[in-house]
Design a protein around this ligand. Structure first.
Ligand SMILES: N[C@@H](CCC(=O)N[C@@H](CS)C(=O)NCC(=O)O)C(=O)O
Length: 227
């Protein structure tokens, strides 16, 4: 099995699901961190599309390959680490459809992160949590086909859900507003997946190796702040 390097900034962000896949898949990996102001500007030009994450795949003979774009990396790792559903290309594409829908839900909150005033940010998040999230999660709840999204096999779809839940924890737990918890009665299947993951390797990763002490949510300001 190759070893891996995740090249990214020292916060969960778009590196989170990649790291979680590597952890749950039992792969050996290291984080290569870049600093926005210092090491990143020169490194930018070495990236295929000028952005990170980058996954470096290091074979046992020392040869290396670099892969870019987070969802290409997610798909590659899910295939390589047996975290795709089966048996056919159809179910694998269905897993990608879950990733696509959940990342769309994720994208819907991004504008609120950058609003200028505290009141605007608070209002943006409130609308997101009470209107947008339930609209999307209703369909996710319907999709679940067993203990996991795809019945009896843990897949990348479950890990994407957990990564989203963790992001909501980062932002909303200090106000007791994580929509998965507030709306728990509406989403029992999704919450069961989250609770099961929390007890296993994904939960251990979240507790012990997910946060690097930088770029944390600053509750009083309703925004992420860099340390
Ligand atoms: N479509 C890309 C987006 C990557 C992206 O926006 N990365 C940001 C960090 S989350 C970045 O590298 N920003 C640095 C820059 O734009 O210079 C992906 O999914 O990988």
């Amino acid at each position: 099995m190759p070893t891996y390097e995740v090249h990214y900034f020292s916060y969960p962000g778009r590196g989170d699901l990649l790291r979680m896949l590597l952890e749950v898949g039992g792969a050996s990996y290291t984080n290569v961190f870049f600093d926005w102001g210092k090491t990143w500007p020169a490194a930018k030009e070495t990236m295929a599309f000028g952005v990170m994450p980058k996954l470096a795949v290091v074979e046992s003979d020392g040869s290396r390959k670099d892969l870019f774009e987070s969802y290409a990396i997610v798909g590659y790792l899910a295939e390589s680490l047996d975290l795709m559903p089966g048996p056919s290309a159809f179910e694998r594409a269905e897993a990608l459809s879950i990733l696509s829908a959940l990342s769309e839900l994720e994208d819907k909150v991004r504008p609120s992160l950058w609003l200028r005033t505290l009141d605007e940010r608070k209002a943006g998040h409130a609308t997101y949590c009470t209107e947008t999230v339930p609209k999307y999660l209703k369909y996710q709840e319907r999709f679940v086909r067993g203990d996991w999204y795809f019945g009896d096999k843990l897949t990348v779809a479950d890990l994407k859900l957990y990564q989203l839940y963790l992001w909501y924890e980062d932002m909303y737990s200090s106000y007791n507003q994580n929509p998965f918890k507030v709306l728990a009665a509406d989403f029992p299947k999704l919450n069961k997946i989250i609770a099961t993951l929390e007890k296993g390797k994904a939960g251990e990763y979240a507790r012990e190796r997910r946060n690097f002490g930088k770029d944390r949510w600053v509750a009083k300001d309703w925004r992420f702040g860099r340390k």
